[in-house]
Design a protein around this ligand. Structure first.
Ligand SMILES: O=P(O)(O)OC[C@H]1O[C@](O)(CO)[C@@H](O)[C@@H]1O
Length: 431
């Protein structure tokens, strides 16, 4: 990935960061990089994620999916980091394999999703780092039952990726299911470039080596200066803009194939940096679609956000047919790709003209190599930003309260959190 932070400079935008401030911040980046390198060298929790390009074994993943390599469809049962990385990869790349991600427990939706699948020729990819996530385990039990009701042997079609122990590990051993391990020291949201994200990619026939090579190329740019490393330039600039009031970060890819990438980024940024009353709130949008819903706010609303554009330099194209309407002749002479690019450049320039900070991330095209680089680059940007914020990037303690309350409400144990649910303050306004 290439990063252009020109439109985030104080000479263009407010909030903006001056060149001098970036130079000064670069001293902190050098220290942070040293910390990151140490963490990687010692395989420390979290930092270990940045070693994945050297750790992940594509052959091991292909061996595990071999029994279902001819699957017509793939249902992935996982949530958060156990779904979004895989979905980002398979949603961005073409494949004949139909993919469904069960990362919610809305009954009607789960039922409808299962009905869309040719179960007799569908593979099941169950992913949970902890092996205890209620939504994933509940959905897996539902999926298993659906296969049984259809007379299809789910044990022949299931691959499990989970930790060393836990209910899901027990289930996989009890039924002798092919399984892979979530690598130690890698938090879910940083695990796309491990078996967690790549089992689905393998079943869909994507080039695992190219994904890892792209990530390796990005890893090779990690250095002690933001002016030499696109990932650090992005992380440091986002941090600096937040410190100057841009408390929100709107991720706006100009490619439909990258819509799920924005969801992945939202978890990465929110769950990693959102702690100790700090952190930048990620917003998910899509170019050009959200020019017609969000741009008014981005350009004329509060000066409290930065817009991050992601744009591929190359992409498939389609001509816009000629038209008999003179006023539309300018369209007939163009292609959809040219229209998309013009809209991107115009929107980027419109924010700069209004003094609104924005950053451009460029990819050569949307393919395995570039996607591997983007995923790795944004993970490194997040780790760097976490160092600058001084937060523990790799934990997410705030999510546990609701999990305990849920378990208590369902009779899964005594939890004071569940009691607190009943003590809700009410001020109801009823129709
Ligand atoms: O992979 P697991 O353990 O099922 O967790 C799924 C997701 O839930 C979280 O723990 C948040 O609740 C995320 O950090 C994680 O990616």
């Amino acid at each position: 990935m290439d990063v252009d932070i020109g439109n985030a400079l104080a000479s263009v935008a407010s909030p903006g960061v001056s060149r001098d401030s970036l130079e000064r911040l670069d001293e902190q980046v050098a220290d942070a990089h040293e910390r990151i390198e140490d963490g990687m060298a010692n395989g420390e929790h979290g930092y270990e994620a940045l070693n994945l390009p050297d750790r992940t074994d594509p052959d091991e993943i292909r061996r595990a999916v071999e029994p279902v390599a001819d699957a017509e469809a793939l249902v992935t049962v996982g949530i958060g980091g156990s779904a979004l990385g895989a979905a980002t990869i398979t949603e961005a790349l073409d494949s004949d394999t139909k993919t469904v991600y069960l990362d919610n427990v809305d009954p009607a939706w789960v039922t409808a999703e299962l009905e869309r699948l040719p179960l007799e020729n569908t593979a099941i990819n169950v992913v949970s780092r902890s092996g205890t996530t209620a939504e994933t385990l509940a959905n897996f039990l539902v999926v298993r039952e659906a296969f049984e009701d259809a007379g299809v042997d789910w044990t022949e079609r299931t691959i499990v990726t989970t930790g060393e122990s836990g209910p899901l590990r027990d289930l996989s051993e009890r039924h002798d299911l092919p399984s892979l391990k979530v690598p130690d020291g890698v938090p879910g949201r940083f695990s796309a470039l491990s078996a967690v994200g790549m089992v689905a990619a393998a079943v869909c026939g994507h080039d695992l080596e190219a994904l890892l090579e792209g990530a390796t190329a990005e890893a090779d740019t990690l250095s002690g200066s933001l002016f030499d490393c696109p990932a650090y330039a992005y992380g440091a600039t986002s941090y600096a803009l937040d410190a100057r009031g841009a408390g929100m970060n709107a991720m706006v890819p100009y490619a439909e194939s990258l819509e799920t990438y924005s969801e992945w980024f939202a978890q990465l940024w929110a769950e990693s940096l959102g702690k100790d009353d700090l952190g930048q709130t990620p917003l998910r949008a899509l170019g050009v679609t959200d020019q017609h819903s969000q741009l008014q706010l981005y350009r004329a609303g509060p000066r409290d956000k930065v817009v991050t554009f992601v744009t591929p330099r190359e992409a498939d194209d389609r001509a816009i047919p000629d038209t008999e309407v003179d006023d539309l002749a300018y369209l007939g002479d163009a292609t959809l790709g040219e229209l998309l690019d013009a809209e991107f450049e115009a929107t980027e320039a419109s924010l700069a003209a209004a003094g609104r900070p924005n950053v451009r991330i460029e990819l050569e095209r949307v393919d395995e190599y570039e996607l591997g680089g983007l995923l790795y680059g944004m993970e490194a940007a997040c780790v760097l930003a976490g160092e600058l914020y001084g937060v523990n990037t790799f934990e997410q303690p705030a999510v546990e309260w609701a999990k305990k309350a849920t378990r208590g409400l369902l009779g899964g144990g005594e939890f004071e959190e569940a009691d607190a649910v009943a003590e809700k303050t009410e001020l109801r306004v009823e129709r």
